[in-house]
Design a protein around this ligand. Structure first.
Ligand SMILES: Cc1cc2nc3c(=O)[nH]c(=O)nc-3n(C[C@H](O)[C@H](O)[C@H](O)COP(=O)(O)OP(=O)(O)OC[C@H]3O[C@@H](n4cnc5c(N)ncnc54)[C@H](O)[C@@H]3O)c2cc1C
Length: 102
C-alpha cells in the first residue's frame, strides 16, 4: 500500500545500499536485517531487491519483509506498466505472474 510514509526502491538498488541507507534503516529495519542475511558482502554488493523478488525463490530473504509491509511491485515492460500487490505476485514455486506458463 502506498502511503505518505512509503518509499520507492528502484530496480538497481543493491542489498548493500539497503543496509547503508539512512532512511531505510530508520523506517524499515526488518528490510535492513533481511539484506544482511543475503549471502555475504560479495553478493550484497551486486544483488538487488528487484532480482530477489523476480527470482521468486521461497528462500528469498527479503520476501517475508515485503509481504508484511504490504509492498507494491511496479512492473514495467515493452507492453506497459502496472502496480502489483506483493501478496498477489507469486503463483507457485519460483513462479510469478510474469513467468510464462507452458
Ligand atoms: C552465492 C550466492 C548466495 C546467495 N545467497 C542468497 C541468500 O542468502 N538469500 C537470498 O535471498 N538470495 C541469495 N542468493 C540469490 C540472489 O543473489 C538474490 O536473489 C539476489 O537478490 C538476486 O539479485 P540480482 O540483482 O543478482 O538478480 P539476478 O540474479 O541478476 O536475476 C535474478 C532474476 O531476476 C530478474 N531480474 C533482475 N532484476 C530485475 C528487474 N529490475 N526487473 C525485473 N526482473 C529482474 C532476472 O531476469 C532473473 O530472472 C544468492 C546467490 C548466490 C549466487
Amino acid at each position: 500500500m502506498q502511503t505518505s510514509r512509503s518509499i520507492t526502491i528502484g530496480g538497481g538498488v543493491t542489498f548493500r545500499t539497503i543496509r547503508e541507507h539512512a532512511g531505510i534503516r530508520r523506517r524499515y529495519p526488518a528490510l535492513v536485517a533481511a539484506a544482511a542475511e543475503v549471502g555475504a558482502w560479495q553478493i550484497q554488493n551486486r544483488a538487488t531487491l528487484a532480482g530477489n523478488i523476480a527470482n521468486a525463490s521461497p528462500a528469498g530473504d527479503s520476501l517475508p519483509v515485503l509481504l508484511v509491509h504490504d509492498a507494491v511491485v511496479h512492473a514495467r515492460s515493452a507492453r506497459g506498466a502496472r502496480d502489483l500487490a506483493f501478496a498477489s505476485l507469486y503463483r507457485g514455486y519460483r513462479a510469478s505472474l510474469s513467468t510464462p506458463t507452458s
